[in-house]
Write a protein that binds this ligand. Structure first.
Ligand code: SF4
Ligand code: MG
Length: 313
């Protein structure tokens, strides 16, 4: 709710604060149990920062994170450790997130051992998880470098599942993989979601990947959520001019009529000096006078379809 993350910009020897990078600027949304919410946007739009705040690995500047009815924004120490197992993260580069000196069993069992599970039970759980993610029980005796990128991502997923989480935040979880491997991992994640009763926040710059896995999709631009809708509605009928441009530039699945390509002028403005009014007004093909002074709020313009744009007010 109303999540913000402003990073201070400092200057001089005294590191005086001279401004702020508004990485995330007032973002609100919900994720339902059993749902996959995709968050899509270009690099620097604030999607990873949003995910990391929800995981409580990055302190929000302001706003609230409510998990299963509990405000977890201010939890620390023991209280935070008590809820931690319920949310886990899967990263882009499984190699960087797996300790190369640790065997697979240790990597997957570590969160279990830390949480007081016995060695024997932990091993049983590791074997079960390895099989569930499409690897073999004996793979637990091997090391990360002995696996392919796709297999390493399976290991990362097994580790994330070890403590029976309810929510997984996946940040560019398949972006480093070959396209053929990407769909295997996405399908695996969709199967595991059902089996383990998971919810996902699936963060990616890749519109096709987000379309494949998500139930609802949020589009971020320059620290703002500019459109949030059911997947079908968003892809068939994008309403925000930025979403329209993004979709027009993405390769379309065959059967659908081709959209005319919308070429956006200029670059994304710096989040240290964002435009007043609508964050997209400097590049919007449909900009109006009001857009330069007033920030449009995210509003429902059709059932379950929210847009932040003055065209709909
Ligand atoms: Fe474009 Fe104005 Fe809508 Fe922003 S509010 S997306 S500038 S039309
Ligand atoms: Mg990112």
């Amino acid at each position: 709710r109303n999540l913000k993350k402003y990073f201070p910009i400092t200057a001089g020897l005294l590191r005086r604060t001279v401004g702020h990078v508004k990485a995330v600027d007032d973002v609100s949304f919900t994720v339902k149990a059993g749902e996959t919410l995709g968050i899509v946007g270009e690099s620097g739009c604030g999607k990873s920062t949003t995910g990391r705040m929800i995981m409580r690995v990055l302190e929000p500047t302001s706003g609230q994170i409510v998990f299963d009815g509990q405000d977890i924004t201010k939890l620390h120490g023991k209280e935070l450790r008590a809820v931690r197992p319920k949310f886990q993260m899967v990263f882009q580069d499984p190699y960087a997130s797996l300790n190369p000196k640790m065997g697979i069993e240790e990597i997957i069992a570590e969160p279990l051992i830390v949480n007081g599970v016995s060695r024997k039970q932990a091993t049983e759980r590791v074997v079960h998880l390895l099989e569930r993610v499409g690897l073999r029980a004996e793979d637990r005796h091997r090391y990360p470098h002995e696996f392919s990128g796709g297999q390493r991502q399976r290991i990362g997923i097994a580790r994330a599942l070890a403590l029976n989480p309810k929510l997984i935040v996946a940040d560019e979880a398949v972006s480093a993989l070959d396209v053929s491997i990407q769909s295997q991992i996405l399908n695996l994640m969709m199967d595991l979601k059902k089996e383990f009763n998971l919810s996902y926040i699936f963060i990616s710059h890749n519109l096709a990947v987000v379309r494949h896995i998500s139930d609802r999709v949020g589009v971020m631009y320059l620290g703002h959520m500019v459109e949030l809708a059911d997947k079908r509605s968003l892809y068939a009928n994008p309403r925000h001019p930025y979403t329209e441009a993004l979709l027009s530039a993405a390769p379309e699945p065959k059967r659908q009529g081709r959209r005319e390509r919308i070429i956006l002028q200029g670059d994304v403005p710096s989040p240290a000096n964002p435009p007043k009014g609508c964050p997209f007004h400097t590049r919007c093909p449909k900009v109006m006078d009001v857009c330069k002074v007033e920030r449009p709020a995210l509003k429902e313009v059709a059932p379950n379809h929210l847009v932040a744009c003055h065209l709909y007010s």
